[in-house]
Ligand binder design. Sequence first.
Ligand code: JD8
Length: 287
Amino acid sequence: MPDEVTPYADPMRIDVVTIFPEYLQPLRTALLGKAIERELLSLAVHDLRDWTHDVHRSVDSAPYGGGPGMVMKPQVWGEALDDVCGERTRLIVPTPAGEPFTQRLAQAYAEQEHLVFACGRYEGIDQRVITDAARRMPVDEVSIGDYVLAGGEAAVLVMVEAVARLLPGVLGNPASARDDSFASDASPLLEGPSYTRPEVWRGQEVPQVLRSGDHAKIARFNRDEALRRTAVRRPDLLRSAGAAGWDRRDREVLDDVSAADDVADSVAGDTRGRTPPCDSDGGVCDT
Ligand code: JD8
């Protein structure tokens, strides 16, 4: 455990509003649970139904214009956000129709004093709740990926973990956040493969260079592995980085991959992301 970190003047405050408060309980475990205990951030989870006034505590009604499902009512959300949001609030509304959540956005959120997450369910939240809140505070409609969830809670688990690990004192070794993948345009590469003891496992040997102690060779090996993996799994990241940042060896590695790619495509079709079967001598396959 790193030496005691003096809690910062005002650690970040996070509020979450949802009709399933228990869904956010995992945020009080592991790394984030420790950070909350050490007051490096504060977390409050609110039940939206606490702002209903009818005996059925209803939060949804039929959509105008027809269509499937139900929509969450503006009045309940309006009262809830009036109580939970303040002067320094940035409101984040998860939605599949939102802007992509990225490491860059996580870094921006980690600079904020107060984040409020509004978890929708059903077909979503009446849009006037977002436009009304935007009259008083910055509001982000954000998506964590191009797939459809049943509500915003799972997205909040993802975003709060991505933000909280960037807060001062949360990670034992802050360096591990600094060289995160996606952390900045300077590092558009995916993480390469990792290995630990034993040296040989099920006939697979840890690459010798990693046991050589030659830090320059190890750094070069890790970069080559990260380049290959990124070229195969996320060529879009290489394109967005542009060729300026590649040195001669980088280009050699990337040329090999695209050459191998063309062969692979021409022979057997696309192997993206799937670990090809290891060749017979049990050596570690490079992907
Ligand atoms: C919030 C309601 C469900 C969505 C009808 C299914 C984020 N990447 C993401 N995928 N899905 C969500 C998400 C889904 C949500 C809500 C976020 C509130 N739903 C709705 C529209 C279609 N049902 C998300 N972030």
